[in-house]
Design a binder for this molecule. Structure first.
Ligand code: 6PG
Length: 232
């Protein structure tokens, strides 16, 4: 695992945007497309804002119409719900750059049957993503793979719909077989509140879901701001 440390949350977002630009450019030139799974939560919001910012090069230089957008996980809420990972990406990125609408593959989480949502999504995800973005919870979860979850032991399904007791709700999430088959997996982690879990994940014994992310034939990069890296 490569660890990159940036001075501030903004520098972290900028570094992640450079990675997004470089990987998408390479893929579009080589194969005419780029498949990316966006992560949820609050950390990636700054990245999406940097990518869409008219004052930055990314909105001009990235081949937006050639990109297929997916999500690494989604809350079991409609797409207009404030908790929706899709909504956060739409408001901060997808509504602000010239994407191809038919290449936005939203998790259809308005369907009350979460298991059906996972089955549907499994039909549309590629086996091997060009890039998967992930976050890290203070409990060591990533995507919606939480400590103790049965999804940790999934070896065949690419998408699952676990009940998350901590959230008292279902989530729809990519599983480790799908995540670990990606060409590039990038964790984006910022803030002092993540410093302890970052130290545990990087230096401690294997006990957290995030430590199960080990791309079989791909790169794994942990991008941190200085606060999140402060205990390394
Ligand atoms: C979600 C995310 C989740 C998130 C971490 C970190 O749907 O919430 O997939 O895994 O990445 O909880 O969240 P923050 O970026 O808000 O700290």
């Amino acid at each position: 695992m490569e660890v990159k440390i940036f001075a501030t949350r903004y520098d972290l977002a900028h570094g992640a945007a450079e990675h997004f630009l470089s990987r998408s450019d390479e893929c579009v030139v080589r194969k005419g497309s780029f498949t990316v799974a966006l992560s949820g939560g609050s950390t990636p919001k700054t990245l999406y804002q940097v990518l869409a910012n008219a004052g930055e090069k990314f909105c001009r230089e990235i081949y937006w119409p050639m990109i297929h957008f997916f999500w690494s996980d989604e809350r079991h809420v409609p797409p207009d719900h404030p908790e929706s990972n899709y909504l956060m990406a739409y408001e901060n990125l997808l509504s602000r750059v010239p994407i191809s609408k038919e290449k936005v593959h939203r998790i259809m989480s308005e369907n009350p049957n979460a298991a059906e949502v996972a089955e549907q999504y499994e039909e549309v995800v590629p086996q091997r993503f060009d890039l998967i973005l992930l976050g890290l919870g203070t409990d060591g979860h990533t995507a919606s793979i939480f400590p103790g979850s049965e999804v940790l032991h999934e070896t065949k399904r690419l998408v699952a719909a676990p009940w998350v007791e901590k959230q008292k709700s279902y989530r729809i999430t990519m599983t480790l077989p799908l995540i670990n088959n990606a060409a590039s997996v990038v964790f984006l982690v910022s803030g002092a509140e993540k410093a302890e879990i970052v130290k545990e994940v990087v230096e401690g014994p294997k006990r957290y879901p995030a430590q199960e992310v080990r791309p079989i034939n791909g790169e794994l990069i942990l991008m941190l701001d200085r606060e999140a890296a402060s205990k390394l």
